[in-house]
Design a protein around this ligand. Structure first.
Ligand SMILES: [Zn+2]
Length: 312
């Protein structure tokens, strides 16, 4: 992962050497824009860029297109072609060394999660940061959800006040080797269009925070990442329905399972119970019936006095 990122950083530098300063850059998607040399020099006869930033490049996939003259002047194609035309021979050679081997690989890379560069973990904030209204706003949301400082630390929870995931609490997920495989980003603003904005990674192929799971102990199945913070040894399904990947993982590894969904999801909980309560998991599955209007966070994870039952 590190080497791949370094390569992309070098491609960005190379593009800047050839095309000047970029206008916009989304390093998460590998998308970057520059003033188009065709628009600026060939069409408008300018010595410098036209300031429009119409040339858009995706360096992960290795393609470019000008939104203004793309169709009329054939300004689109693979990145090799652009660099051949506007760069030196040396720059083209350098690009050939640095670029991802094939598009398929590059697209896979875009599907690997990494935390946004604006991510700030709550643990150990600097004094300067603590005094900002950004920090206070994010932290007061955390407090309103009853999340303690120990929980913040254990799950490496943080926030961003800038960038693609601005004004969001970020809960990372790490795989069994401690490598990031997903994160959820929930808005801490009261008025927001999208409550959640998560990375472009297939959540169906990951186990949320598998590194915190001890398969030899009872595993708790909960709905969301916020729920899992409150329950030791729990897996967030990231929804009310379980995917096949999680199912096969549970079937292969779990010894005992307790299902704890929100009060309004009793039907889903029953379905889940019957799906899991078969084969070697038979009679090793329980379900907790939550009060209709409650979820785990309301109870601060304390549902132990609620009965866990087995269904017919
Ligand atoms: Zn153009």
């Amino acid at each position: 992962m590190t080497t791949i990122n370094t390569d992309f950083d070098q491609i960005v530098e190379l593009l800047e050497d050839i095309l000047g300063n970029y206008k916009m850059h989304n390093d998460y998607k590998g998308q970057i824009s520059f003033d188009c040399p065709v628009c600026s020099h060939e069409i408008k006869g300018l010595d410098e860029g036209d300031g429009k930033g119409n040339l858009e490049i995706n360096y992960r996939i290795g393609v470019y297109k000008c939104w203004s003259c793309g169709e009329t002047h054939d300004t689109h194609g693979n990145l090799h072609r652009l660099i051949k035309r506007y760069g030196t021979k040396k720059q083209l050679q350098f690009y050939e060394l640095m670029r991802p081997e094939d598009v398929e690989q590059a697209q896979k890379v875009t599907k690997i999660a990494h935390l946004p560069k604006e991510f700030i973990p709550f643990s150990n904030p600097s004094m300067g940061l603590k005094l900002t209204h950004h920090y206070r706003q994010a932290y007061s949301y955390i407090k309103s959800r009853n999340i303690t400082d120990d929980m913040l630390k254990k799950h490496n929870i943080g926030f961003a006040f800038d960038g693609l995931f601005a004004n969001r609490i970020i809960i990372p997920s790490y795989d069994i080797n401690g490598k990031l495989n997903y994160f959820i980003a929930r808005s801490y603003l009261t008025k927001t269009k999208m409550k959640y904005k998560n990375p472009d990674v297939q959540k169906e192929t990951i186990i949320f925070n598998e590194q915190l799971i001890d398969w030899n102990k009872t595993v708790y199945l909960v709905e969301g990442a916020f729920d899992s913070i409150f329950v030791d040894n729990s897996i967030a399904m990231l929804g009310k329905v379980m995917g096949e990947f999680l199912y096969s993982k549970l079937y292969a590894n779990a010894k005992e399972i307790v299902i704890v969904l929100d009060g309004d999801a009793w039907e889903d909980a029953q379905k889940l119970y019957h799906k899991l309560n078969t084969g070697k998991l038979f009679l090793k599955v329980w379900v907790v019936k939550m009060p209709m209007d409650k979820d785990i966070a309301d109870l601060k994870g304390d549902f132990q006095n609620l009965e866990k039952i087995q269904l017919d």
